[in-house]
Design a protein around this ligand. Structure first.
Ligand code: TMP
Length: 258
């Protein structure tokens, strides 16, 4: 039996060759990392939860006409996705001050921003993903001005939709990070949402208690990360309380290349 080809391994996911040209399989690992992987732990079951939460969000976004790379979930840890040319930018949308914005500008965490703010970071581990401006993005050719416009309007639509989705289940969407890619269809290219949206890439606070329900629990050594992710999944109506996330599903046996 031949093993499938591994295309790329990131901190929290692996991409394998898909069953048909133009497709890939996205595998969600249990690895939790922060500060560019200086902090690392295995949180057993995290990959299963993120796979389900991201599936739910991408399916909902597809349904309202936001194009995404998601095709279908295959099993507990894997989803079939469209292969795209990833734009080397992390797009962060913020509604409430937190994290690096609070640190950089001295705005207390929890302060509602006068309007939603979009930021771009250059995806480059060696440089710790520095923040960049539209000037940098166009000057260095990472994306063109019309592509930036497209990404910003998609980011605003995603923010509006997700804010409502989470508010409906008692969760405040503080901020989130997304990645986008170019999809070529014959001679036509369009930008679609890629990667994942999960508590790894969002800040989610309980509306009533302000309790953190996201990766900050890991970044800030608060504990209870898996329980918080499970609660997000439960509130979104994805998993019932007793469904195990620790046992079944394909497991990564070796991370070595073939
Ligand atoms: P920040 O406040 O640390 O800049 O993070 C903003 C949002 O982006 C927050 O929801 C967490 C998310 N994020 C990632 O998904 N990956 C990253 O590498 C970083 C730094 C942040």
């Amino acid at each position: 039996m031949s093993r499938r080809r591994r295309i790329y391994e990131g901190k929290a996911k692996i991409l394998y060759e898909g069953p048909e040209p133009g497709t890939l399989i996205q595998f969600f690992k249990d690895d939790a990392t922060a500060f560019n992987a200086k902090k690392h732990e295995i949180i057993e079951g995290k990959g299963v939860l993120n796979n389900r939460i991201s599936e739910h969000i991408f399916t909902s976004l597809n349904r309202i006409g936001i194009p995404t790379h998601f095709i279908k979930r295959m099993n507990m840890r894997e989803q079939l996705i469209r292969e795209v040319e990833i734009i080397p930018l992390e797009i962060v949308v913020r509604n409430v001050a937190a994290g690096s914005l609070s640190k950089r500008l001295g705005i207390p965490e929890g302060e509602i921003l006068p309007r939603s703010v979009i930021e771009f970071y250059y995806k480059k581990d060696e440089l710790d993903d520095p923040m960049v401006s539209e000037e940098h993005i166009t000057a260095f050719g990472w994306a063109s001005p019309p592509e930036i416009d497209d990404m910003m309007s998609m980011a605003v639509r995603i923010n509006d939709f997700l804010s409502g989705l989470f508010l409906g289940v008692g969760i405040q969407l503080v901020d989130f990070k997304i990645e986008m890619g170019r999809l070529w269809e014959n001679d036509m290219m369009r930008i679609i949402l890629a990667d994942e949206i999960s508590p790894d890439s969002c800040r989610l606070w309980d509306i009533n208690t302000q309790e953190k329900m996201d990766k900050d629990r890991f970044r800030r050594d608060m504990g209870g990360m898996l329980e918080a992710y499970r609660e997000v999944a439960k509130r979104l109506g994805i998993m019932n309380e007793n469904e195990p996330v620790r046992s079944k599903g394909p497991r990564l046996v070796s991370s070595k290349d073939d």
